[in-house]
Ligand binder design. Structure first.
Ligand SMILES: [Zn+2]
Length: 266
């Protein structure tokens, strides 16, 4: 979210309002308690790229999955890696620099696929929803989602699809906000529309149980520091440089602002 309060227009209907949310109250209420259809999500995330390009993770990298990239560096470079919700292609570009050659990027929005095409010309790119993957059973060694899972309305459908396309023993690498601290922050900041853009956040226990239900064993990876995107959400600008140095890997899982997980398909 864009943290400064401002006069702005609803990303779905264009109505003017003042605040920190992306949607006007009427649009936020219209999508409360029911899954948001994929075409509405696509329209919303393409509008974010257009209206808030400096916050969208499509044109600049603010939120790298540092712990997961360190895990990827230990894997064979022959692995076929699928990134779901490839955003601006920053993680795929990092993998290409590491020497991975069999890269697939999938995203719902035309804006992020265009940015990824420019940044990682060698990757195979697919326009699709994370809950319906147009890939063959067992055709992928590693799946990566970074700040994607929380946006999906139906995690069971998503995980069933990931389990289907992964080979047995394959890895699903996930970065996602930690539900309790994230919810507390959104409420404190008056983000009445967070159910629309983060409908599926998990606590560490919820994520572990969800993955187990779909046949995954999981291990949490310690992120070393807050990302740039997390630092600039801190309401007191003078504290941000200090916060950037805090070694959050020492915190227990429940207190970390986000979770990074390596899940292995049994
Ligand atoms: Zn609206």
């Amino acid at each position: 979210m864009v943290v400064e309060r401002s006069e702005r227009s609803c990303l779905l209907c264009g109505a003017p309002f003042s605040g920190r949310a992306f949607l006007c109250r009427a649009c936020a209420d219209a999508y409360r308690g029911a899954p948001v259809p994929a075409d509405v999500r696509r329209r919303f995330y393409e509008a974010i790229d257009r209206v808030y390009p400096t916050w969208s993770n499509t044109y600049e990298e603010y939120n790298p999955p540092v712990g997961l990239l360190a895990h990827l560096a230990t894997l064979p470079r022959t692995a076929r890696v699928l990134e779901i919700g490839a955003g601006g292609g920053f993680a795929l570009a990092a993998l290409a620099r590491m020497g991975f050659r069999r890269l697939v990027g999938l995203d719902l929005t035309a804006t992020s696929l265009a940015a990824t095409r420019q940044r990682v010309p060698a990757a195979w790119l697919v326009a699709a929803d994370a809950e319906r993957l147009p890939l063959r059973d067992g055709s992928v060694d590693v799946v990566l989602t970074s700040d994607v899972m929380e946006h999906l309305p139906d995690l069971d459908r998503h995980l069933a699809e990931v389990a289907r396309v992964l080979r047995p023993g394959g890895h699903y690498l996930i970065k996602t906000p930690n539900r309790r601290p994230a919810e507390a922050y959104y409420r404190l900041r008056g983000l009445y529309d967070y159910h629309f853009w983060h409908p599926s956040m998990c606590s560490p226990g919820e994520l572990r149980r969800l993955l187990a239900r779909h046949g995954f064993a999981c291990a949490f990876v310690a992120p070393p520091r807050l990302t740039q995107a997390q630092c600039r959400k801190i309401p007191w600008p003078r504290l941000r440089p200090l916060a950037a140095r805090v070694p959050i890997g020492w915190l227990p899982n429940g207190l970390r602002p986000h979770l990074e997980v390596v899940a292995v398909r049994r």
